[in-house]
Write a protein that binds this ligand. Structure first.
Ligand SMILES: [Zn+2]
Length: 94
């Protein structure tokens, strides 16, 4: 017998982080962050996106320089989803 579990709906207040400038998370780098890096260990994938509006505890903020230099471990896939880069060839529009 399947039981329906109702997930609690939580309404969280939207933090007003827009005014707070964020910096690259690389040690010793004081550049402004423009890119958000996220990764999925299980999928061996890394994504680069335009800086997310809200800070994600699982994401890293990077400056353009460090994002451009980023290398991923062997066997990992790096996907650059930044809009600034013109042709997202391997992306499916939603
Ligand atoms: Zn940096």
């Amino acid at each position: 017998m399947g039981r329906i579990r109702r997930s609690a709906i939580r309404v969280e207040p939207r933090p007003t982080v827009a005014a707070v400038s964020r910096h690259c998370s690389r040690t010793g780098c004081a550049e402004r962050a423009t890119v958000t890096l996220t990764y999925q260990y299980g999928q061996a994938q890394v994504w680069l996106d335009d800086l997310s509006r809200e800070r994600d505890p699982h994401a890293y903020d990077l400056c353009a320089r460090h994002a451009g230099r980023l290398t991923v471990p062997q066997g990992w896939l790096l996907r650059d989803r930044r809009r600034a880069l013109g042709e997202p060839s391997d992306l499916i529009a939603v």
